[in-house]
Design a binder for this molecule. Structure first.
Ligand SMILES: [Fe+2]
Length: 355
């Protein structure tokens, strides 16, 4: 298919001459003013514009400026036409983004050669842009796919570790859902604005399933004990928060996202800290406990109370769970997070299918 060239010149003779030279090889649209050219371009997209500089009302430079302002016309290649061969004019043409510059009167072979080279160059540019765009899209798709695979491997592994204590593996999925619910609500209410960026929220939800990976090193005799743990056994159980550093480094060793790896560590190490500093393993208190771990603590305890374990029946009704957790407001839990969580009771009931 022939390329379309828009010729813009107020001089009728020049328009006819350009048409005569170009018509055998190209389809031509002709306009005798800048305003007419802009009107034509509202509904048409030629492959090249030959634009006269010296025109009454609107000169070629002004037309060029308007072309560059509109997304639809900004990338159409332009060759300026002029009888003025002053260096300053030529420089201005290129500064405005012209692809070339042709002097008048036209020399047919020169005009044809410049036009064909410009169209060819623009075609290469287009093809190259398309290749770059396609490659970029492919890289994004591949990265997303790999991210999803990595996430499901992490969740699967966390489920496997969790299932060792005889639970159904629901804990990983449930706590992740509670964490997501809480963090989104905190964000919606404008709380912790310095920390709760979109990236932080994403990382937190992705890292939540790893909170108990340290349990892989806790012996079955402790993990699966149906009754109350002895003080020694409890000390062993507590170690799951310190074992996890090494395990997370092993699991996420190849992950380059440092924020995500740090988040996973923060959650796994600190989710048993208490707001008053009497928790473990480090005894951090208040705001010194990473926010991610404070959110995880609420989600973790709620699920531990709601679900059945080998060593205890589920707590019911759900209001009783909230009551128990409120007793830990300001001592075990961050009061702001706990308040938001308890206010979400209707949504929790809905999520858990409680009438
Ligand atoms: Fe834990």
């Amino acid at each position: 298919m022939k390329s379309v060239i828009l010729v813009v010149d107020d001089d009728k003779t020049n328009l006819m001459l350009a048409q005569k030279i170009l018509l055998p090889q190209y389809r031509i649209a002709a306009c005798n003013s800048g305003a007419a050219a802009l009107r034509y371009l509202e509904n048409n997209r030629p492959d090249l514009i030959l634009l006269d500089i010296n025109m009454p009302q609107m000169d070629g430079f002004e037309v060029m400026g308007k072309l560059r302002e509109r997304e639809e016309t900004a990338s159409i290649p332009v060759i300026f036409l002029t009888a003025d061969n002053a260096t300053g004019t030529e420089v201005r043409c290129f500064q405005l983004g012209a692809m070339d510059f042709v002097g008048k009167p036209f020399v047919p072979d020169v005009l044809l050669s410049r036009v064909s080279k410009t169209i060819e160059l623009d075609r290469y540019r287009h093809n190259l842009e398309n290749v770059v765009r396609e490659q970029a899209d492919k890289i994004t798709r591949d990265a997303r796919r790999l991210g999803r695979i990595q996430e499901s491997v992490i969740v699967g592994m966390a489920n496997l570790i969790e299932s060792r204590d005889g639970s159904t593996g629901k804990h990983v999925k449930n706590t992740q859902a509670y964490v997501k619910m809480i963090v989104n609500e905190l964000h919606r209410r404008g709380l912790f604005p310095d920390l709760l960026t979109e990236r932080y929220i994403q990382n937190l939800c992705k890292a939540a399933p790893l909170h108990d990976v340290g349990k892989i090193k806790v012996p079955d005799s402790v993990l699966q004990k149906p009754g109350r743990l002895t003080p020694e056994e409890f000390e062993t159980m507590k170690l799951h928060t310190t074992y996890c550093r090494k395990i997370i480094k092993m699991i996420l060793g190849d992950v380059e996202d440092e924020d995500y790896v740090r988040m996973a560590e923060d959650i796994a190490v600190h989710h048993h800290e208490r707001w008053d500093g009497t928790g473990y393993p480090t005894g951090l208190a208040g705001d010194d406990i990473p926010l991610s771990a404070r959110i995880m603590a609420v989600a973790d305890v709620f699920d531990a109370l709601y679900e059945e374990r080998v060593y205890k029946p589920p707590v019911r009704p759900i209001e009783r769970i909230m009551q128990i957790m409120m007793e830990g407001r300001g001592s075990q839990f961050d009061p702001v997070i706990l308040d938001v969580f308890t206010e979400m009771l209707p949504r929790l009931r809905e999520m858990l299918g409680i009438c």
